[in-house]
Design a protein around this ligand. Sequence first.
Ligand code: NAD
Ligand code: UDP
Length: 330
Amino acid sequence: MRVVVTGGAGFLGSHLCEKLVARGEDVVAVDNFCTGSRANVAHLRHEEGFELLELDVSEPFTIDGPVDAVLHFASPASPVDYLRMPIETLKVGSLGTLHALDLAEAKGARLVLASTSEVYGDPEVHPQPESYWGNVNPVGPRGVYDEAKRFAEATTLAYRQSRGVNTGIVRIFNTFGPRMRPNDGRAIPNFVRQALAGDPVTVSGDGSQTRSICYVDDLVEAILRMMDADHAGPINIGNPHEISMKDLAEWIVRLTTSSSPITFIERPVDDPTVRRPDTTLATSLLGWAPKVPIEDALKWTIGWFRDVPHGTEPLSAAATEEILGAAEKH
Ligand code: NAD
Ligand code: UDP
């Protein structure tokens, strides 16, 4: 197969590229490096059949040669990133998705859209099944991301139904692992960075809000199953392991053997209170369930953050803290 991965130099995209190359597929990673980095795929550059193209998928683009699948993963994903790039986020979710679908249509390829649990907003149904329509504030700070993804889902389904493009939608719940940027502002990289530095670990609100956290290897396995299938979705992909942010922070402090104190900061506007995937569909349609124990996954991720130099950061730690602070005051 020849697979185009948009956002291929990002956290999830780079793991997808790596697994596809290991499977023997040809891979074209496309990225504009707004939140990703060449370093994430540097180890693949000498692999036969791997290509990295610098382009912005919000502008029209074509790929030479045959394409069998498009994994559309390009989009800022961390609240800190989409707060500093609101228009770019709206554009990549809308125009970028249209362009990726045009490519899939032109090549007769299957397209898998990386949607998000954020389409459920601050959910009033718990856990969240795919049949739940969500509770999103379109004009809150998170609206630029949530609504872009909701538009992307509607567009993807329209191309399937009116143009016969083979599409699939996955709704990804919080996923973590090596190659997340230590300053991307998401809870796990933030807590690990702070704990390793001996800095206070910043928990928002009283830390009772929950997320359900999935290791990247489990996620990649599910995405490749979705690529190989022909289900339309949407299908939730995530680990139902639900944990409060305070418990998560304390767990990470313990695993890093850090003496960092926990400090409480203001809760961001519209921050979802609970989140847990109902994964019944993923299990019945894809035969998939997450396997990696979260404690092992946290240890590996902490090990990676310890070892890797942080020289390729689009944002400094100070800039990340400043944006998080501004969001809290919003
Ligand atoms: P990431 O920021 O590490 O990766 C996104 C990649 O897309 C980056 O390499 C970035 O440079 C690239 N990109 C952004 N806009 C682009 C554009 N206009 N043209 C080309 N490339 C562009 O984030 P991630 O966590 O790897 O997320 C990847 C995808 O998965 C996103 O679509 C995100 O919405 C989705 N997702 C991720 C999670 C998660 O927990 N990691 C959860 C839900 C959904
Ligand atoms: N969070 C936190 N401290 C931080 C960063 C995030 O307590 O330094 C909280 C955030 O307010 C949210 C949860 O952790 O309640 C998950 O945030 P993240 O950005 O990782 O994911 P998302 O909110 O997009 O699910």
